[in-house]
Design a protein around this ligand. Structure first.
Ligand code: GTR
Length: 430
């Protein structure tokens, strides 16, 4: 490696795997000068606190990403048809075996609208509360509630966003008695979208242990479709399953355009939103906000939240194999998170970061999106290059993907929603 390339790699501006000199052998001229850079004050503060995690690009190890298109047998798929027939299922299986675990076999869902208020939001929306009950052929059942606010007076079925709410009900209160910037439902409805939400904890508690699991879906189908302790589903998998059941309902509601439903989550919910959209191709769009480790950020970068750390603090979010492997090297993982975004292709994917949220690795979140490019390319959709991370508060949208890094800390805000809505408008040609 020459000196400039070494500097670029150290700055995280090119992933080692993706380094290709442009024609003529010229290195790109100083991309480090443009685009977002971590706040040096924040880094100095973290340094002064002697934080034992990586928050400087210089400390990011050299890494090579798995080729999203290369099959386990060494051959490489070159067409969308082969991706869909061979590599997509293989990639999905790898994420199930090594990261999130296997969901249970498809269940039959029944819906009961338990409440309808046509004058919600001061008459601007209709609120429906829905009981969603799933059953397997052996008669085991699980039920939980969702809510949706549908704009009144729309000319036809409206697109929708499903929020996976892992916070308290007050953060996303469908009655709107409590309003919180986390879920600006008035703004979502005002832009002509239905705003659907469910409480993640109603599907699976955000706590470890059998007692916590007792009331959730993993008590009914403990192993999902895998083997307990190895590749059985974790909490993120259970929440993603819940998001798909909400989609099941939305597709039966004549007021909603079931082909235009996006799934959104913040942080642990953002990890879940990506996994939900990766698995369930009926989602038109997956949106990850500050999702970090186990979400949009590249595991191999090791920047921000350590893999071993998340595995220790939240082992139940993932499958046992992921937790076990975290004692080793990320390079040994057969997948990295750019492939999770690849699983969403050619549908919409939007990744959002926050400037002060180095724990979630904003650059690593952007790079996952950038390195999903080979998959989008099979469908002729462009994706920003690894050295094109945009500056602060400047969304970058290309083809079917979008990214922004916003001023501020770890949170889901009206600014984020506004950009998700802009992106969806464009994706749906509104
Ligand atoms: C943190 C965790 C992150 C992120 C966050 C959240 O404690 O380390 O991975 O998920 O919680 O969900 O807010």
């Amino acid at each position: 490696m020459n000196r400039i390339r070494r500097t670029l790699v150290a700055a995280g501006l090119v992933a080692v795997a993706a380094v290709t000199a442009p024609a003529g052998g010229q290195e790109p001229a100083k991309p480090a000068a443009r685009g977002w850079q971590p706040d040096p004050k924040l880094q100095a503060t973290l340094e002064a606190q002697k934080k034992p995690w990586v928050y400087r690009e210089e400390s990011v190890p050299k890494y090579a990403l798995p080729d999203p298109l290369r099959l386990a047998d060494g051959t490489r798929v070159a067409t969308a048809a082969d991706w869909e027939a061979k590599r997509r299922p293989e990639t999905l299986a790898l994420f199930r075996k090594h990261v999130y675990g296997h969901p249970p076999a498809p269940t039959a869902a029944r819906f009961a609208v338990t409440e309808t208020d046509p004058k919600a939001m001061g008459g601007k929306a209709t609120l429906k509360r829905v009981r969603i009950a799933s059953a397997d052929p052996a008669g085991k059942t699980f039920a939980f509630d969702a809510a949706v606010l549908i704009p009144n007076g729309a000319k036809g079925p409206v697109p929708a966003f499903v929020l996976i709410n892992h916070r308290a009900v007050g953060s996303a209160d469908p009655t709107r008695r409590e309003k919180n910037d986390f879920w600006p439902a008035e703004a979502i409805v005002g832009r002509g979208y239905a705003a659907a939400v469910f409480q993640a904890a109603d599907v699976d508690a955000d706590k470890n242990g059998p007692e916590a699991r007792a009331g959730g879906v993993r008590a009914v189908w403990p192993a999902g479709g895998g083997t307990l302790g190895e590749d059985s589903w974790g909490t993120l998998g259970a929440w993603a399953w819940g998001a798909s059941r909400v989609l099941d309902y939305l597709r039966t509601d004549a007021a909603v355009d079931g082909a235009k439903v996006g799934v959104v989550g913040h942080s642990r919910g953002g990890k879940t939103a990506l996994w939900a959209a990766a698995q369930d191709e009926r989602f038109a769009l997956g949106v990850s906000n500050d999702s970090g480790r186990g979400g949009a950020s590249l595991t191999r970068r090791g920047f921000g939240e350590p893999w071993a750390g998340i595995s220790k603090s939240f082992p139940y979010w993932f499958c046992g194999a992921y937790v076990k492997a975290s004692a080793g090297k990320a390079d040994d993982l057969p997948v990295d998170q750019h492939q999770l975004i690849g699983l969403i292709a050619p549908r919409g994917a939007y990744v959002a970061s926050a400037d002060q949220d180095l724990w979630a690795d904003p650059r690593g979140e952007f790079l996952s999106l950038a390195h999903s490019a080979p998959v989008y390319a099979l469908y002729k959709h462009p994706v920003p290059a690894a050295d094109e991370m945009p500056p602060l508060d400047t969304p970058l949208v290309r083809g079917r993907v979008g990214y922004h890094v916003r001023t501020g800390g770890h949170n889901l805000t009206p600014y984020d929603w506004d950009k998700f809505l802009d992106f969806a408008d464009r994706l749906y040609g509104r």
